[in-house]
Design a protein around this ligand. Structure first.
Ligand code: GAR
Length: 206
């Protein structure tokens, strides 16, 4: 993949936005050569919107009402992202499955963070799934998005040990700590033009 500098990120959120905050913090610290062009939330009450406002980042509330189907909603999302000249889309706790309309508009340029070591425990409640299964290790995965649920090529993963007395909350908190390190690291690789996708394999260039 050729260098995509300057990297203009569109961040899609639905909730608290701690991953958004981690990305903002790395950019403001000068450690991540990128800019957040816009934040888009499908939830008008998402705390992530307050974080965007605090850092003077343009934010758009984009609810699903008024669209006939998911593809139409996605077409409108693509429109917003293109108006902000976005070249990397980051799903930071965005709780909607993307259709081919979004995936084809940004080929190998949509990243998602998932709170498990994919392909284990895709979908909702990944931390609960890991605890119920009894695994000793879980973690987080940053991957490119395709039309499946958490199925796209893996970019980076971080491992977290599962403790005997872990609850969903304690495990989620330790995984989130890794998310906040791993997501900006993957975005940095992209912004430096150091990612090449070969089928299912993501090569990281020196
Ligand atoms: C994160 O833990 C992320 O891994 C998860 O939502 C949380 C959002 O937190 N995403 C998924 O489960 C997607 N399948 P945040 O709003 O504080 O960044």
């Amino acid at each position: 993949m050729p260098p995509t500098l300057p990297c203009r990120i569109g961040v899609l959120v639905s909730g608290s936005g701690t991953n958004l905050q981690a990305i903002i913090d790395r950019i403001e610290a000068g450690e991540l050569p990128a800019a957040i062009a816009c934040v888009i939330s499908n939830n008008p009450d998402a705390y992530a919107l307050k974080r965007a406002a605090r850092h003077a980042i343009p934010a758009v509330i984009h609810e699903k009402g008024g669209y006939a189907n998911r593809r139409e909603y996605d077409a409108a999302t693509v429109d917003i992202l293109q108006k902000h000249s976005v070249n990397l889309v980051v799903l930071a706790g965005f709780m909607r499955i993307l259709t081919d309309v979004m995936v084809n508009a940004f080929p190998n340029a949509i990243m998602n963070i998932h709170p498990a070591l994919l392909p284990a425990f895709p979908g909702l409640h990944a931390q609960r799934q890991a605890l119920d299964y009894g695994v000793r290790y879980s973690g987080c995965t940053v991957h490119f998005v395709d039309c499946g649920t958490d199925t796209g090529p893996v970019i980076l993963q971080s491992v977290v040990a599962v403790e005997q007395d872990d609850t969903e909350e304690t495990l989620s908190a330790r995984i989130q700590k890794e998310e906040h390190r791993t997501f900006p690291a993957a975005i940095k690789l992209f912004s430096e033009g150091r990612i090449r996708v070969e089928g299912r394999h993501v090569r990281i260039l020196p």
